[in-house]
Design a protein around this ligand. Structure first.
Ligand SMILES: O=C(O)CCC(=O)C(=O)O
Length: 283
């Protein structure tokens, strides 16, 4: 699958989904056109610098690794790619036809960056995880992923166990290798971690767009954290991803279900919401 060109892969969503389900990961090369890759790099570098300058950077390994969270709130290019139609098509099949965004963050590893703890992205769900998939990640490779520069490592076959790794054990991991401009789709039950960056001067920049079934609580609270300006210009697809729509007309409402739904569901109680008439007793 990895030897196919990006265009051919994009036309073949079913096969990408099949590889994710079978192998726990599928790397799609040449996914990101050169001009888009350039825009992402330039905005990400600026964000990394800005958050360091303002003393709000999320740093690990004594500053060798840096994360930027809530990317949807931090640049239009990120709003654009988080709803990329080909990514949406893959997620749609992996996640049963409906999904929302749990989090969108970058992780830049630099020389000396240490590896992360091995984990599953669904580790907060008590095992055994359901047979159907709860979550999946689209990993945007902004630099080449190599064994040396900290390319994400994973445990082959772990996604089929539907549980979390035992923190007392050592597991054999293999690196996810890919060229800058690829997107890797990662099964939400695959055990994985950032690799250690043993390069002399190689950065490994990557974006992690993490999608979940719509009934799960999300990592980043977009309703509270995303700026009004972003909500105003959001496409219907982005609003949905950010949790701005009701699910099944009953999850995520503000002050009771919407009137049309109430009337359809409870026709004899359609007076709900009309204030009671004052009575003389009530005066
Ligand atoms: O940086 C990486 O390679 C992995 C990041 C990761 O595992 C995560 O964000 O959950």
């Amino acid at each position: 699958m990895n030897s196919k060109t990006g265009q051919a892969m994009r036309n073949d969503i079913d096969r990408i989904v099949g590889e994710v389900e079978e192998s726990g990961v599928c790397v799609v090369p040449n996914f990101i056109p050169a001009d888009l890759l350039w825009r992402i790099r330039s905005d990400l570098d600026q964000l990394n610098d800005l958050e360091r300058q303002h003393g709000v950077a999320f740093l690990e390994s004594e500053g060798a690794n840096q994360r930027v969270f809530n990317l949807v709130n931090k640049g239009e290019v990120f709003e654009e790619i988080v709803q990329h139609p080909d990514v949406m098509a893959v997620m749609d099949k992996l996640l049963g036809g409906d999904f929302i965004l749990s989090g969108f963050s970058s992780n830049t590893t630099g020389p000396g960056g240490e590896e992360m703890t091995l984990h599953s992205d669904s580790g907060y769900v008590p095992p055994p995880h359901p047979e159907y998939l709860l979550s999946a990640n689209a990993v945007w490779m902004i630099d080449d992923f190599t064994e040396e520069n900290g390319g994400t490592r994973y445990v082959p076959g772990s996604h089929k166990l539907r549980t979390v790794p035992d923190s007392r054990r050592n597991y054999e991991t293999v690196p996810i290798i890919g060229e800058a401009g690829s997107v890797a789709f990662l099964h939400g039950y695959t055990w994985h971690k950032t690799g250690s960056n043993n390069s002399r001067d190689g950065q490994r920049r990557a974006l992690f767009a993490y999608y979940v079934r719509p009934f799960l609580r999300v990592q980043e609270n977009h309703i509270v954290s995303v700026r009004e300006e972003v909500w105003h210009r959001a496409s219907p697809a982005l609003r949905h991803l950010l949790g701005g729509d009701l699910w099944l007309n009953s999850i995520g409402f503000f002050d009771g279900p919407p009137k049309a739904y109430r009337e359809a569901a409870f026709p004899r109680r359609s007076g709900l919401g009309t204030p009671p008439k004052p009575t003389s007793q009530g005066k």
